[in-house]
Design a binder for this molecule. Sequence first.
Ligand SMILES: C[S@@+](CC[C@H](N)C(=O)[O-])C[C@H]1O[C@@H](n2cnc3c(N)ncnc32)[C@H](O)[C@@H]1O
Length: 284
Amino acid sequence: MNWTEQDLQEVEMKLLLEGIFRVYGCDFRDYSEASLRRRLRLWLAGSGFHSFSAALGPLIRDSGLFTKFLQQITVHVSEMFRDPAFFRTLRRAVIPHLKTLPVIRIWHAGCATGQEAYSMAILLQEEELHDRCRIYATDISPEQLRMAQEGAYPLKEMKTFASNYQKSGGKAAFSDYYTVRNDCALLMPSLKKNIIFSPHDLVTDPAFREMHLILCRNVLIYFQAALKRRVLDLFHSCLAHRGILCLGLKENLIGQEMAAKYDELVPRMRIFRKRDDADRTQTR
Ligand SMILES: C[S@@+](CC[C@H](N)C(=O)[O-])C[C@H]1O[C@@H](n2cnc3c(N)ncnc32)[C@H](O)[C@@H]1O
């Protein structure tokens, strides 16, 4: 066989992912190929290494370099109250269910730099539920978690965040939730009180237990179908009785078997409630 340069680069890329998996346990081998390939090439172009093979040795020996690599090959775009209609629906359709619980456990999987978890904290404060909640906000990237923990965002983003917040049914002025220092908006410390930011890899780390609400939005789109299925199985095992799962607006449950395990609480908003076996028997 005549190997083209592109074929050879493909082999080197696969070896790089294999090496990273063996050394750090982070498994990108089943991520969607086209977008991962694009991000890996971008990283290589700015890395100073002339090939993926040349990068492999340094990457598996230097965990600091690997942290920067992770930061660049994951997509971490986020906004506060991203998809306002989704947050409006949370208020209307999910909060009443949470109000029936004495203690509320919420998991933001793939929280990036924290905007989604802080949006939830604001919503819970306004619904007087914040003191009853534990919010676990996790991500594979330590650098993003460090920024999330800071809760400081560029001031120029506040216009978008404020507009999203108003459209989502916000009950106050968005500016009540931050103070300004130089060109940064610092979120109120009270919002951080019940959020635990911690590293967690959805592909390789063990499950959390008894979650009442899981949000994993705009993460599964980067995975291939088999990996999506595995992660969806993980969420199912993490949810408490009648727990609620929220996916991104472009994401969905995969296959009839998985869909049969949930009721779609609000069509098109990707909000699903876990069925128990009794529910399933009744519909047979
Ligand atoms: C586009 S952001 C989504 C942020 C937020 N959920 C939202 O919708 O605005 C995707 C996040 O998923 C994280 N991620 C990618 N692979 C992951 C994995 N295997 N385990 C945990 N998080 C992962 C990335 O680091 C990134 O922060």
